[in-house]
Write a protein that binds this ligand. Structure first.
Ligand SMILES: *[C@@H]1O[C@H](CO)[C@@H](O)[C@H](O)[C@H]1NC(C)=O
Ligand SMILES: *[C@@H]1O[C@H](CO)[C@@H](O)[C@H](O)[C@H]1NC(C)=O
Ligand SMILES: *[C@@H]1O[C@H](CO)[C@@H](O)[C@H](O)[C@H]1NC(C)=O
Ligand SMILES: *[C@@H]1O[C@H](CO)[C@@H](O)[C@H](O)[C@H]1NC(C)=O
Ligand SMILES: *[C@@H]1O[C@H](CO)[C@@H](O)[C@H](O)[C@H]1NC(C)=O
Ligand SMILES: *[C@@H]1O[C@H](CO)[C@@H](O)[C@H](O)[C@H]1NC(C)=O
Ligand SMILES: *[C@@H]1O[C@H](CO)[C@@H](O)[C@H](O)[C@H]1NC(C)=O
Length: 310
């Protein structure tokens, strides 16, 4: 009897404690920034859409090949609209191609280690130059901003997109993903994404004070504009940051350089599923596809739509 009531009190304490922890972490987040409840498989299914989108973008922009040319049978679905081989220098083209190939490997790892099976569903993607300019608030420029026009213009688009994706992985690794193998899978994919984002920021930082031809705005100005645009789409505060920032956004408030962005303790910010969708859709609405993704597959997205979690 005694041990039973002990157990009861213990469970009660546990319940109380976990509700306190929950209240502390959830209460400070506005409703549109709260993580959603979803199973591990649904999370990987969601992620597959994004990885396919980035893989196709990198492969098609660097060489014109698609995932099906690299790994026949791995994906199935509509061919992306507006894909264009970018005007890149050779070294950058090789790196972008490598990143695309790496993401194909990441997709295969997901097929190997989760219950998701090939062919994975490819969403309808729109890689028209105007889509990227619209999402990043660069539509007003004359001549029109063209992601495919030069190496620097391509880096300026790839940087904010990969930074947002990286922030998403971090939010997934713990405790949303259940199971050691699956956590390691998510962490491994996320670290690869982190290195890719670091590459883009490093490349841009090397020319941070140079104007981006044919414009007079510098690389620093562009990264500030694109980060601001992404943050406004995400609806959850300043998470993307420019390469030159006010001291208040720099590490320890002591520097205006910002090669690797972070929060007040230089920790990487996190983005939820809904924030990422608001950004890649370009609609500020996680249930209204548009922008790069004209459709989105999987149970998690259907759940967001059904529950009107925009
Ligand atoms: C770039 O690659 C192309 C095609 O492989 C080659 O013809 C050209 O010489 C290379 N340019 C430089 C600067 O290496
Ligand atoms: C793709 O994006 C371009 C540029 O924003 C847009 O004009 C076009 O309508 C889009 N295509 C589809 C099928 O939505
Ligand atoms: C562009 O950057 C320069 C130097 O970093 C800064 O003085 C200026 O305010 C920026 N302009 C805009 C429009 O961001
Ligand atoms: C978009 O850029 C224009 C300048 O080109 C600026 O006035 C406006 O505030 C920006 N909007 C957002 C949402 O960042
Ligand atoms: C953009 O630059 C302005 C002016 O320096 C600064 O206040 C703002 O924090 C910067 N935003 C981002 C997202 O880097
Ligand atoms: C940096 O400034 C912010 C306010 O802008 C403050 O919250 C933070 O504690 C400061 N960090 C350090 C290390 O002084
Ligand atoms: C988000 O988009 C959905 C579908 O288009 C629409 O029904 C809903 O009203 C939108 N939500 C907001 C807050 O605009």
């Amino acid at each position: 009897m005694a041990s039973r009531s002990c157990l009861f009190i213990f469970l009660l304490l546990l319940a109380f404690q976990s509700s306190v922890i929950k209240a502390n972490t959830v209460a400070v987040l506005p409703p549109q920034c709260r993580p959603i409840v979803a199973g591990t498989l649904a999370r990987f299914e969601y992620l597959v859409n994004l990885i396919i989108g980035y893989a196709e973008f990198f492969l098609r922009s660097s060489t014109g090949a698609g995932i099906e040319d690299i790994a026949p049978g791995l994906v199935q679905g509509p061919v992306p609209i507006g894909a264009t081989v970018a005007n890149l220098d050779n070294a950058t083209r090789a790196a972008i191609r490598e990143f695309g190939l790496a993401l194909v490997g990441n997709l295969r790892a997901i097929v190997d280690e989760t219950l998701l099976r090939a062919p994975l569903s490819r969403p309808q993607l729109n890689f028209t130059a105007g889509v990227f300019a619209g999402i990043l608030n660069l539509s007003g420029l004359t001549p029109p901003f063209n992601v495919y026009g030069s190496t620097t213009q391509f880096l300026l688009v790839a940087e904010p997109l990969t930074s947002s994706l990286l922030q998403f992985y971090l939010a997934q690794v713990t405790p949303s993903i259940a199971g050691n193998d699956q956590q390691q899978l998510a962490a491994g994919i996320g670290l690869t994404a982190a290195a890719q984002a670091g590459y883009f920021r490093t490349r841009l930082n090397a020319i941070v004070n140079s104007p981006v031809p044919p414009y007079t705005m510098t690389v620093a100005n562009f990264t500030n504009t694109t980060a601001t645009a992404v943050n406004q789409l995400g609806l959850c505060g300043v998470k993307n940051e420019g390469l030159i920032v006010p001291l208040s956004l720099g590490a320890e408030n002591r520097t205006t350089t910002n090669v690797v962005p972070g929060d007040v303790n230089s920790l990487s910010p996190r983005r939820t599923e809904r924030e990422v969708l608001r950004i890649v859709f370009g609609t500020r609405n996680a249930t209204r596809p548009g922008g790069i993704f004209l459709s989105f597959n999987g149970a998690l997205f259907r759940q967001l739509v059904a529950l009107r979690q925009s």
